[in-house]
Design a protein around this ligand. Structure first.
Ligand code: PGA
Length: 255
């Protein structure tokens, strides 16, 4: 098994321009050239151009946190995959805050995923259950529903496709899922991808864990066989923490 893990830093609605530039510069200094792991930094949309310039020629990629499904048109305030394509290589699609704070349906997420793939960009497709869904024993059913919808119109997944399993109850709460819980859900996601496509696709898909990942918690998470990296929110805003997380993931992959 030789999947390259992926660590994403989702800055969400944080940083002013000066802070963003300083963080990007610090991340380049500490992480450029780190082997065995793919790194994607996702600042707020207005700083994507700065990110692309400041990380140009480095091993760090730039991702957007969101996208509009339509390629162009009268959609004030939105960015399409075609617009993002000149600046970023990756796009987070279906983050739980998009689904649950902004009311994005499974169908909207599927349309966004298609638009990202059509534009030749690389999605990080986020899925995950709410606390009440986990307590009701519905985790697998929720993951299946989200994946089935997202993949509905797709004939296959591009090589190295990334899914981020992010239990909603663990995001921004400090409640990291235990390595066992995270591993179980990531293995379920992989087997659902095998059912929907084939074993080769499932084996090649990178499945990140996300939800209150810290330099401390990532070590055991990254050691799980079906966890291929992390999607990091809060801890990605601190250069030292994000660097420690990325280094730990690279180390786990080298074992
Ligand atoms: P968190 O966010 O690390 O702050 O919990 C994770 C995410 O939303 O991707």
């Amino acid at each position: 098994m030789s999947r390259t893990p992926v660590v994403g830093g989702n800055w969400k609605l944080n940083t002013n321009r000066q802070q963003a530039r300083a963080l990007l510069t610090a991340l380049r200094a500490s992480l450029d050239g780190l082997g065995g792991v793919e790194l994607v930094v996702c600042p707020p949309a207005p700083w994507l151009g700065d990110a692309s310039d400041l990380l140009d020629g480095s091993s760090l990629s730039v991702g957007a946190q969101n996208v509009h499904a339509e390629p162009a048109g009268a959609f004030t305030g939105e960015q399409s995959a075609a617009i993002l394509a000149g600046t970023v290589s990756h796009v987070i699609v279906g983050h739980s805050e998009r689904r649950h704070v902004f009311g994005e349906s499974d169908e909207t997420v599927a349309a966004k995923l298609r638009s990202v793939l059509d534009a030749g960009l690389r999605p990080l497709l986020a899925v995950g259950e709410l606390q009440e869904e986990r307590e009701a024993g519905w985790t697998a059913a929720v993951l299946r529903r989200q994946l089935t919808s997202a993949f509905e119109a797709l004939d296959g997944l591009p090589e190295g496709f990334v899914v981020a399993y992010e239990p909603v109850w663990a995001i921004g709460t400090g409640l990291t899922a235990t390595p066992e819980i995270a591993q179980e859900a990531c293995a379920q996601v992989r087997s659902m991808i095998e059912e929907r496509f084939d074993a080769t696709t499932a084996e090649a898909t990178r499945i990140q864990y996300g939800g209150s990942v810290t330099p401390g918690s990532v070590v055991q998470l990254a050691a799980q066989p079906d966890i291929d990296g992390a999607l990091v929110g809060g801890a990605s805003l601190d250069a030292d923490s994000f660097t420690a997380i990325c280094s730990a993931v690279a180390e786990a992959a080298a074992r």
